[in-house]
Every structure is written in structure tokens, then in C-alpha cells.
Design a protein around this ligand. Structure first.
Ligand code: ATR
Length: 485
């Protein structure tokens, strides 16, 4: 269930929020401590009774400045008005009758730390004969979510375990998948009643948690930072559109080893992004030959024996789309120019060489370009020399530098080149959709491959590998275009 807290600050706003959200959420929580001069009867009547009434004390992070007796009085009035649940802080439970406890969520909060003895605290709260047990706690290491996941799976009664703060967001999003009784979602951004709360719109329209259940498989994208990753948008929408019972989470991973030993076992697969593509290559138990040569991966999939298989769909996507555009559908002996000498160039050079291409690296800094060309046993030319030529004698031209990336969209790594119709021109940049280089190639009649199309393809290959179903490519494209403009 999704529960949206109504947090005031006054009756007018509370009633407005209730009428806005009613029907969208499974439950509403009336935070009486946050609504000034509340009229409980009017609030309850406007909601339609699927309500939790909460009077949170200062001690547990709320703003109720009345005494215990006044809080209990309000909770009793709420029960008399027919509400479904009251939220009772654990230290007040003894004030209620057994019958009243039968409708109570027994709650405890840890705002400053993750309790080291979470299991025994949960056991203790479970002894109180309430309807539901709830603990909300600050998460300061991503791996602490694993303990929440496990305790939810092992629960003995209806249980709510919530990780607070940015790193606890995954416990809120995955609550339903882990068997949690409910999760709280903010009405909108800025209306959070606790740190790290996700919004109702995110749970519904980005993570599609509505149909999650304990069979739901977990996937995620590992990176640091991870807030701007578009992978959760495309994969969750894709899973939802084909009815694949899975949830895809953003994972800000700092400690790779503890992540793999503690949290990864709850997941079936990962996308891996910057800065972790190399380190996770060393963690994969099994990789394809070309991935071994590259030394970096972007996909991990759990095998039936629990080991991790690594793939690099960035490279398969880049190389496959180039091959698709070539008349004879082969890179064998084709002349390929790769502009740039960073990590992306390195992977593309290895991928193209693996398919039999004759590769040349062009780079601004000669020493760096020459060094990697020597190491990979390919040709080298300075970018300056290439830029002086009006036409290029290559079948495929691939830009891996950031030249032309938003906001500096008015530059091209090949400002003087005229392209030929039979040439394939590729740009790894995905914002803007069409860079200056791509626009010129398109104008000259060459075949083009955009970075955005590459992003779609690398995601699609992961999607098909995990779901064994055809990827909804149009949906992926629409989502990216909507997000990136
Ligand atoms: P990545 O890992 O994404 O490939 P990188 O390691 O930072 O990124 O590599 C960036 C590449 O883009 C480098 O080859 C860089 O050239 P230098 O080796 O000369 O630095 C190239 N690059 C970045 N900005 C550039 C510019 N304005 N003109 C030409 N090349 C540029």
C-alpha cells in the first residue's frame, strides 16, 4: 500500500491536499501534530476513512507540544470516528486498551543513526499486541538497506521498516517488493514528512510499484553519483509495459566489496556506470572474451548458481549499430577512425578490432593518443592533421570526445570535413540528440548513429538479456526524448 501523509500546515491546505490526493493513494496519514487548529471530524470525513491518524511527539521527531493524555485523547477520538489505524509511539502503547491496540501501528524512530540492534528492537516492538510494527531509521550506508530487506522478508506480523535519508530511498521504493505493509510517499516534491521520502508520482509513474509483490525481482544501476541516471526511467517503464515483474533501483555505491556481499544478493542484475565500470569488471565471475580485452563492463547478471556474469552492452551496441549500417554488414578490413583516447575510445577500438577492423586513433594530445595506439596495436594520427583534411578516407568515423556536447553545441571535432554517402558517422554524445558533427554528416548524406540511439541500444540489450523478451525500443526513445528534450 502507498500512504500519503497530510502535513498541513493548516486546515485549508490539509483539506485541499486531501481532495487532491484522495483516490490516488491507498491510505492517507493525518499528521495532527503538523496541522494547526485541526478539526479532526472534518478531516476524517473528507478522507473516506482509509486513514492513519498520527500525533507525533517532539521526542519522536514530530511537533506535538501537548502532553501524553492529550495525544491519547485525539487518537481515541479518531478511533471513534471510524478511522482504520492510529499510529502509537511505542512508549505510549501501555496507555491503550487491547482493543485499541488492535488498530494501532506501533512506531519507533531513529533520526540520527541506524540502530546496531535493529532485530532485537523489532522483536521487542512485536511483543506489543499492536496491529502493525513500524520502525523508521536513518540510513548512512547503502548496505544497511539489506538488513531492512531481510527483516521484512522474515517478518512475523505486518511490518513497516523505513530507511530515512537519501540512501534509504530504496527501502521506501522496494517496500512492497520486500513484503512491507506500506510505504509512505509525499504528495509532491516539497511535501515530504520525513527525509528521503519519494513522491507519489515517482512511485506510480517512474518505478511502477503498484503491482510489486514478493515475487518481484530487483535490478538496479550502480554508480556514484547516480541521481541523474536515466536507466531507472527506461527500465521500469519497459518492465511495466511487457508485464515483467521487476523493479529497477538507483544504487549509489561507495564500498564495492560490502555492496556485493551484503546488498547484491537481493538483486538479479545490474547496470554499471561511472565510475565503477572497471572495478566491477574485476568482480564479475564470468565475462565474454571481448569484455576481458576491454577490462570494463556495464552489465552484471546473476547466474543460477549465484555467480555474476559480466557483459559490455555499450560496446555491443556501438559495434552492432555500425555493422548494421555497413552495406556488407561486416567490419572486417574496414577503415575505422576513432576520435579521442579516453576510456570510451579504448573500448570502441578493442570492439572494432575484435571484429577485424583496421583502426586509427585520432587525438588532440599526441603523446596520449600515440601511447594508447601502441598499446592496442592500431594506427595513430594527430587530430590536428585529420582536421585539416576536407575529406576522409575512412569507412567509419566515431567520435568519443565531448566536443559538441551541450551546452557547447556549436563545435565539431571535424569542422572542415565533408562526408561521403557510404560513410558511417557515429557520435557518442547523447545531448543534444544530433550534434554538429551528426548534423553535417546527415546533410552530406552519410549514415549516422547518435549517442542517444546508442544509449537506447545498450539499455535494450540489457533489458532483453534479463527479460528474454523484445525491448520496447519506441518507449525507451520516447522517455529519453521527453527527459532530455
Ligand atoms: P572518456 O572516458 O569518456 O572517453 P576521457 O578519458 O576524459 O573520457 O577522454 C576524453 C577524450 O576527449 C580525450 O581523448 C580528450 O583529448 P586529450 O587526450 O587531448 O585530452 C578528448 N577531448 C576532450 N575535449 C576535447 C577538445 N576540446 N578537443 C579535442 N579533444 C578533446
Amino acid at each position: 500500500m502507498i500512504c500519503v501523509p497530510i502535513i498541513g500546515p493548516d486546515m485549508k491546505q490539509a483539506l485541499e491536499d486531501i481532495s487532491f490526493v484522495n483516490g490516488e493513494a491507498d491510505l492517507l496519514e493525518l499528521r495532527l501534530d503538523l496541522i494547526k487548529n485541526f478539526d479532526l471530524k472534518q478531516l476524517v470525513e473528507s478522507t473516506g476513512k482509509d486513514v492513519i491518524v498520527t500525533v507525533r511527539s517532539n521526542r519522536e521527531g514530530g511537533q506535538w507540544d501537548g502532553d501524553v493524555a492529550s495525544a491519547i485523547k485525539e487518537l481515541r477520538s479518531a478511533l471513534n470516528l471510524g478511522v482504520r489505524f492510529i499510529d502509537v509511539e511505542w512508549h505510549l502503547a501501555s496507555e491503550l486498551t487491547k482493543e485499541e491496540l488492535g488498530q494501532a501501528i506501533i512506531s519507533r524512530h531513529f533520526f540520527d543513526e541506524f540502530p546496531s540492534n535493529l532485530k532485537s528492537i523489532l522483536d521487542e516492538l512485536n511483543e506489543i499486541p499492536g496491529a502493525v510494527t513500524k520502525i523508521a531509521m536513518k540510513i548512512d550506508q547503502l548496505e544497511q538497506n539489506a538488513e531492512i530487506f531481510q527483516l521484512l522478508r522474515d517478518r512475523r506480523k505486518d511490518t513497516i521498516l523505513i530507511g530515512m535519508g537519501e540512501l534509504g530511498r530504496i527501502s521506501r521504493i522496494a517496500a512492497r517488493a520486500m513484503g512491507g505493509f506500506l510505504t509512505f510517499a509525499a504528495l509532491s516534491s516539497g511535501k515530504e514528512s520525513a527525509p528521503g521520502q519519494v513522491t507519489l508520482a515517482e512511485l506510480k509513474n517512474k518505478y511502477y510499484t503498484k503491482n510489486n509483490n514478493q515475487e518481484t525481482k530487483l535490478y538496479g544501476v550502480i554508480g556514484n553519483p547516480i541521481g541523474h541516471s536515466m536507466s531507472p526511467d527506461i527500465h521500469n517503464a519497459g518492465f511495466n509495459s511487457i508485464g515483467f515483474n521487476a523493479l529497477y533501483l538507483p544504487l549509489k555505491v561507495e564500498r564495492v566489496e560490502s555492496f556485493m556481499s551484503e546488498l547484491a544478493p537481493y538483486f538479479d542484475g545490474f547496470s554499471v556506470t561511472i565510475p565503477h565500470k572497471e572495478i566491477f569488471f574485476t568482480i564479475a565471475d564470468k565475462v565474454e572474451e571481448v569484455v576481458n580485452k576491454i577490462g570494463a563492463l556495464n552489465t552484471l547478471t546473476k547466474l543460477s548458481d549465484g555467480r555474476w556474469e559480466g557483459k559490455n552492452t555499450d560496446i555491443s551496441a556501438a559495434i552492432d549499430s555500425v555493422i548494421e549500417k555497413l552495406d556488407d554488414k561486416s567490419l572486417k578490413d574496414k577503415r575505422v577512425l576513432v576520435i579521442g583516447a579516453g576510456g570510451a575510445a579504448r573500448a570502441i577500438v578493442i570492439g572494432a578490432k575484435y571484429k577485424g577492423a583496421n583502426v586509427t586513433i585520432a587525438n588532440r594530445t599526441v603523446s596520449k593518443g600515440q601511447k594508447i595506439a601502441n598499446e592496442l596495436e592500431v594506427n595513430f594520427i594527430s587530430l590536428e592533421k585529420i582536421q585539416a583534411l576536407a575529406s576522409l578516407d575512412y569507412n567509419v568515423i566515431m567520435n568519443t570526445t565531448s566536443v559538441g556536447m551541450s551546452p557547447e553545441v556549436d563545435v565539431s571535432p571535424l569542422p572542415k570535413t565533408t562526408f561521403k554517402e557510404e560513410q558511417v558517422v557515429f557520435d557518442a554524445i547523447y545531448n543534444p540528440d544530433k550534434t554538429k558533427l551528426i548534423l553535417k554528416a546527415e546533410e552530406d548524406g552519410a549514415k549516422i548513429i547518435t549517442g542517444r540511439e546508442m544509449f537506447v541500444k545498450q539499455g535494450a540489450l540489457q533489458f532483453e538479456h534479463w527479460t528474454k523478451k523484445t525491448c520496447p525500443l519506441t518507449l525507451f526513445r520516447e522517455i529519453l526524448n521527453k527527459k532530455l528534450g
